[in-house]
Design a protein around this ligand. Structure first.
Ligand code: FES
Length: 351
């Protein structure tokens, strides 16, 4: 069950003009709760003018051992007008305490021998940094090809950390950098990493069919273009893992009107309840009015924190950028995007 704890900030490192890495100290009694897989994220919350805001940030530090992490490091990039990222870049100091949810997310890799690859854009490097460093340290026979796209070298997050990994594992880490607004002295010409570019680039830099797992992370356009390119190159869907950081488009208009007297029954942390769904609200909002401990972070269909199993009934999701097809086929839904189609809907957040 997801929980929040106050964790002190141990370090604030400026990565670029518009991004920082926050290091949080995890006290011994909470280490087991913050044990995480490489690629998972943390939701941070704060009150702004009496309203709670939450944002998820990926963990960039390697996965800890069995005892759990002593520290956690997350990357935060400034989003224009962003209530949390502005606060993180301008106000957070060492010694402050942040309200931090226990780790979540399924954009993860179990270290194993083999060839893996990632295509990342901008801050999409953050979870992949954790994945690469954990994999190379724990699976001596594994190799990784990291293809990253950024605007300029100066705007590239974790430049030093990636260079350190390349120094440590020169034969097992392949690094391909494309800058969209700057020519590099050595390396690939500048430009966007769109489908056309990837279609030519991927087979030229690695044996596409031998890659056991692809990790795509960054803005929606880049992830979608990379996924379509890989599928066109014959990569099976099951080998592609995606995490989207920004979705600009508004959700589509509802195609189905909710029944007049629908109710949701939800099981959460071992306890259940049944409540009426108010007109237009998501099932997550219905549950939250009655159970403020219901898990969520983005409320935008992106992070997957509100995932629940649909036990009975039918729902319509506005959008889903978080669940894999296997998860929706298995019966999981995003509560923050779900509206009832049947009068009775039952969700299980514990499964
Ligand atoms: S809260 Fe992020 S997908 Fe629902």
């Amino acid at each position: 069950m997801a929980r929040f704890h106050a964790l002190p900030v141990a370090a604030v490192d400026r990565l670029t003009d518009d991004s920082v890495a926050l290091t949080l100290t995890v006290p011994p009694e909470l280490r087991a709760e913050y044990r995480h897989a490489p690629g998972q994220h943390l939701a941070l919350r704060r009150l702004v003018d009496g309203a709670e805001i939450r944002r998820t940030y990926s963990i960039c530090s390697p996965a800890p051992d069995e005892d759990g992490p002593r520290t956690l490091r997350v990357g935060v990039r400034l989003v224009e007008g962003g209530a949390f990222s502005t606060y993180a870049l301008k106000e957070i100091n060492v010694g402050d305490e942040l309200e931090v949810m226990t780790p979540a997310g399924r954009f993860t890799l179990d270290p194993a021998p083999g060839m893996y690859a990632a295509i990342v854009g901008g801050s999409g490097i953050t979870p992949v940094l954790s994945i690469v460093s954990t994999l190379l340290a724990r699976a001596p026979k594994a190799r990784f090809c990291l293809i990253r796209s950024d605007r300029t070298a100066a705007s590239t997050m974790f430049l030093e950390e990636v260079a350190d990994l390349k120094d440590r594992y020169p034969d097992r880490l392949q690094l391909v950098t494309v800058l969209s607004r700057e020519e590099q002295q050595a390396g690939l010409p500048s430009g966007r990493l769109d489908r056309e570019r990837l279609t030519g680039l991927l087979p030229a830099v690695l044996p596409v069919e031998q890659v056991a797992g692809w990790f795509l992370c960054g803005p929606f356009g880049l992830v979608q273009g990379a996924e379509r390119t890989l599928r066109a190159l014959g990569v099976p869907r099951a080998r592609i893992h995606e995490e989207i950081f920004h979705v600009d488009a508004a959700p589509p208009a509802p195609a189905v009107t909710a029944p007049a007297h629908s109710t949701v029954t939800a099981r959460l942390d071992g306890r259940g309840g049944t409540w009426p769904v108010q007109d237009g609200e998501s099932l997550l909002d219905t549950v939250l009015r009655n159970r403020p401990d219901a898990p969520y972070a983005c409320k935008g269909g992106v992070c997957g924190t509100c995932r629940a199993f649909l036990v009975t009934g039918e729902v319509r999701m506005d959008r889903n950028f978080a669940l894999e097809r296997e998860e929706t086929e298995a019966g999981y839904v995003l509560a923050c995007q779900s509206h009832p189609v049947t009068e009775k809907v039952e969700l299980d957040f514990d499964r």
